[in-house]
Design a protein. Structure first.
Length: 612
């Protein structure tokens, strides 16, 4: 058995026999299942790319060749082969190993991104700046459908270069792949005779014969069928091949290694391969997992009587759709947003556009132009990709679209590229748009009900949290935008929104502080009537916000203070724009960056004691 923790760098792979390479693949799968079951993380995608990654490092030289993982969470095998197996016990923990590509961890981590579809463009830049190096891109079938990937293909295909793009086709992104391009891949991969013939050619004939056959195929193909989609972009296309057959993949990579033109290799892989429960997963449940029992596949910790905001919103939408027609649109977040039941119950009202946030925003605008209601659900960090479309095609036109912005605030283990800290600044600068954040799940439902009654684009932000349900949710409750005082006090006013409101209320009560706590559920527009009342208390004000400090409610309050000539001091507690929030459990991140209960109390006391 190969000791994975003894690996120093990927050069050792080249010295293994084919039999030893197969044993290495088996050991990596065993290692991944065992370790991810303890720490949580991205499981299925990494199990699917074992042979592909091993073959890459067997054929290519990572001291000369640059490998770019389009989605950083499929890099666990890469991390093992580059000497980080010993660090997996700290995977996604604060101060431990990132679950994504991280340039601070290894010189072999070339392209650092938690989001998809950017690597082909990045490879273009890397090639232009240093043509002596070869770039190898690994991109998924869902990621390649994004417009940024098309732009990269369009540019890179017309360059004289030796870049290799590997299409890892596993029929799934997070959920099932969707759209016309996924149907194209289905047609390509579904012809068993063609795939079998290619496998036979690979195995039985030397490389030069197979190359001649490939060129002959290209020369006569136009007589009997349309050009291949990728060849239209200028790529020499090879595929589809079974990317989980190690010897086939090695032979293919060796054959195209010396190509002088850009190549696209289409490999069909099995997401979750080697763990039956992940292999059988058709909805994406094993894409990203919490610590789980290997035998049952069930989470180790089940939080009874708790419900996530995502699930609560999905339950609400099911109830609302039974009474009122509207569309629900999401960019590849069907599983993450808990929308499977809605999609099954109302298939004509649900649209998953895949990893295409910009398209989702513009299509929503088209629906709204015909006065149809539409709910657009996105993760905070992904909504940023559609900035221009939301600004110009929705907000500027004042179209009624209800945005559910999931994973706002600190998200925890996914780390720096996924923290939901930046979307507020984006939305606050847009015209016509209403921006809200509820303090609990009941208020979340209330704001969604309000959103359906008003005519403007409206944002409802909610966190990656679970809430204890000690009462039934009233799905008919409607919440207005007025701020409310949830704790009376005379020495200091604390303003916040989201789940921090209840935290602050508890901190104040537990420490017997004479502090007024205000729930500012509407961030834009500001409740100026309540703000007048607060300023007339003539006490200091602290604004707590789980966002970066640029474009915040605090700044709106300062503007109003100057406009009206109020004299109360106003303080802010948030994150500076230059602070990059690391990965780790949510509480660990709170402790590290000044957002724990003790940090909140310290901030309040630093001002409160001056007034005593």
């Amino acid at each position: 058995m190969i000791d994975l923790e003894s690996i120093k760098d990927p050069s050792f792979v080249k010295n293994l026999t084919k039999k030893e390479l197969l044993e290495l693949c088996q050991e990596i799968r065993r290692f991944l299942i065992e370790n991810v079951s303890k720490t949580g993380g991205h499981l299925s995608s990494n199990l699917g790319v074992v042979e592909l990654t091993v073959a890459l490092y067997y054929v290519f030289d990572l001291e000369k060749d640059e490998i770019l993982f389009d989605v950083g969470h499929q890099s666990y095998v890469h991390k093992i082969l580059t000497g980080r197996a010993k660090d997996f016990k700290t995977l996604r923990q604060y101060g431990g190993m990132s679950g994504y590509i991280s340039r601070s961890e290894s010189k072999y981590d070339i392209w650092e991104s938690g989001h998809s579809s950017t690597t082909i463009s990045a490879a273009s830049g890397l090639h232009l700046s240093d043509p002596s190096k070869r770039q190898i891109v690994i991109i998924g079938d869902s990621s390649i459908s994004n417009g940024v990937a098309f732009e990269g293909l369009n540019y890179l295909g017309q360059l004289k270069n030796n870049t290799i793009v590997i299409l890892n086709d596993n029929k799934m992104g997070i959920s099932q792949s969707v759209g016309a391009l996924s149907k194209t891949f289905l047609r390509l991969r579904s012809t068993k005779f063609v795939r079998g013939t290619k496998y036979f050619m690979q195995k039985r004939f030397p490389n030069f014969i197979v190359k001649i056959g490939h060129k002959l195929k290209k020369s006569i193909k136009g007589l009997v069928q349309k050009d291949n989609f990728f060849e239209d972009f200028g790529f020499d296309y090879y595929g589809p091949y079974d990317g989980n057959k190690l010897n086939t993949t090695i032979r293919l990579l060796e054959r195209i290694k010396d190509n002088k033109d850009p190549v696209l290799i289409h490999l069909v892989t099995k997401k979750g391969l080697g763990y039956d429960k992940a292999e059988d997963d058709t909805i994406g449940a094993f894409h990203g997992v919490e610590p789980f029992n290997i035998e049952t596949g069930k989470p180790l910790v089940v939080e009874k009587n708790k419900i996530s905001y995502s699930q609560a919103v999905a339950n609400y939408l099911i109830k609302k759709r039974s009474e009122h027609e509207f569309f629900v649109i999401t960019p590849a977040m069907k599983t993450g947003a808990k929308l499977e039941e809605f999609a099954n119950n109302y298939p004509d009202s649900f649209i998953d556009v895949g990893i295409q946030e910009e398209h989702a925003a513009v299509m929503s605008a088209g629906i709204a132009l015909h006065k149809k209601d539409v709910v657009l659900l996105m993760y905070s960090t992904f909504a940023q990709r559609a900035f221009d479309e939301i600004l110009n095609d929705i907000a500027r036109s004042d179209l009624k679209i209800i945005f559910g912005i999931d994973r706002s605030g600190i998200v925890g283990e996914d780390g720096v590229t996924h923290q939901g800290l930046y979307d507020l600044s984006m939305f606050m600068l847009m015209p016509n748009i209403v921006v809200t954040q509820p303090k609990d799940i009941q208020e979340t439902v209330g704001l969604f009900n309000y959103a359906f009654t008003q005519p403007h684009p409206i944002v409802i932000r909610y966190p990656k949290e679970k809430e204890l349900l000690d009462r039934d949710i009233d799905f008919n409750y409607i919440c207005n935008l007025n701020w409310t005082i949830i704790n009376d006090g005379n020495k200091l006013s604390v303003i916040s929104y989201g789940t921090d409101v209840e935290r602050l209320k508890k901190i104040v009560k537990d420490n017997n502080l004479d502090v007024c706590v205000i729930n500012a559920r509407s961030i834009k527009p500001v409740d100026y009537n309540m703000l007048d009342k607060i300023f007339n208390f003539k006490t200091p004000i602290i604004v707590f916000e789980q966002v970066i400090s640029s474009g915040t409610l605090y700044q709106k309050i300062l503007e109003y203070k100057e406009l009206k000539g109020y004299t109360s001091k106003v303080y802010s507690h948030s994150f500076t724009p230059d602070t990059l929030i690391s990965h780790g459990k949510r509480d660990d991140v709170f402790n590290a960056y000044g957002f724990s209960d003790s940090s909140f109390l310290e901030k309040i006391r630093s001002i409160y004691d001056k007034e005593s």
